[in-house]
Design a protein around this ligand. Structure first.
Ligand SMILES: [Fe+2]
Length: 271
């Protein structure tokens, strides 16, 4: 049962081994692929991200998910709007990436020019779905896209360069460092909702209660509806909270539903 803290330890073990760097990074990729198959790992990443959103809900970008104890690497969750593609760029550090939610497209480039006058052509186009992972060694030019109609999320590990600087300080962009359209927090909460509704158990429900606090009304309603089939008491509690957040006709409509729900919950509690 790998959680984020165990994963961090395993990555550090690989990094401190005697292997060559080009052999360590594929091992970290395998480790991430295995970790992403476990709901405990996925929930521990969401837990960490939620902690950061709770501290600073509108900070953009959010802090890294983790910076390893000795600062050898950092982990980031990135939340991609539908149909968003960033510009080609390169990092001066190694990177391991996994699709955390939905799907992503990664392209790598050949540069027939130099850094001042690049002449880029795509040499590899990789389509990846949830759970798939890949890695990049330093100076590989690439870009990332979400070509789908829904938001996606990716998990990234980046090493630091020789001067211990994190990847975001040393990235070289070819073209604009495209800013993502839309708001970060509502997008992240919609993604967490999609993921958590697919995971059974109390831990997922606890996280969904925290997502609810940070989410927009549309996502709050999805949580109420999604939870109604598995935990009617929690669904009702959140539905009452959503009613307070609404106004006008929407509020009246939900009040009528909550009225019926309260009778249902009461009869379940008596049963
Ligand atoms: Fe990148």
């Amino acid at each position: 049962m790998t959680r984020l803290a165990d994963f961090e330890q395993s990555v550090l073990t690989i990094l401190s081994s005697n292997l060559q760097e080009q052999d360590k990074i594929p091992q970290i990729r395998t480790l991430m692929r295995e970790a992403l198959t476990g709901p405990e790992f996925v929930m521990s990443c969401i837990e960490r991200a939620l902690g950061h959103f709770e501290q600073a809900p509108d900070l953009k970008p959010q802090p890294p998910l983790l910076v390893s104890l000795d600062q050898q690497f950092a982990a980031h969750l990135i939340y991609w709007p539908p149909h968003h593609k960033n510009s080609p760029h390169m990092h001066s550090t190694w990177g391991v990436t996994g699709v955390f939610h939905n799907e992503m497209v990664f392209e790598t480039y050949d540069n027939a020019g130099d850094l001042e006058h690049p002449e880029l052509t795509v040499d590899n186009h990789i389509e990846a779905v949830k759970g798939e992972t890949g890695y990049l060694l330093p100076s590989c030019i690439h870009n990332v896209a979400n070509e789908s109609d829904k938001p996606s999320a990716s998990l990234h590990l980046f090493g630091t360069d020789d001067m211990n600087r994190p990847a975001e300080c040393t990235t070289v962009w070819f073209g604009d460092a495209t800013r993502m359209p839309g708001e970060l927090r509502p997008r992240a909460m919609a993604i967490f909702t999609d993921i958590l509704l697919g995971i059974d158990g109390e831990e997922a429900e606890g996280l969904m209660t925290r997502v609810f606090e940070l989410a927009g009304n549309k996502t709050k309603l999805r949580l109420v509806q999604g939870l109604s089939g598995r935990n009617i008491a929690l669904s009702y509690r959140l539905s009452v909270a959503l009613e307070q957040a609404l106004e006008g006709a929407d509020r009246e409509r939900l009040a009528a539903i909550n009225n019926k729900l309260s009778q249902q919950v009461a009869s379940l509690e008596q049963a």
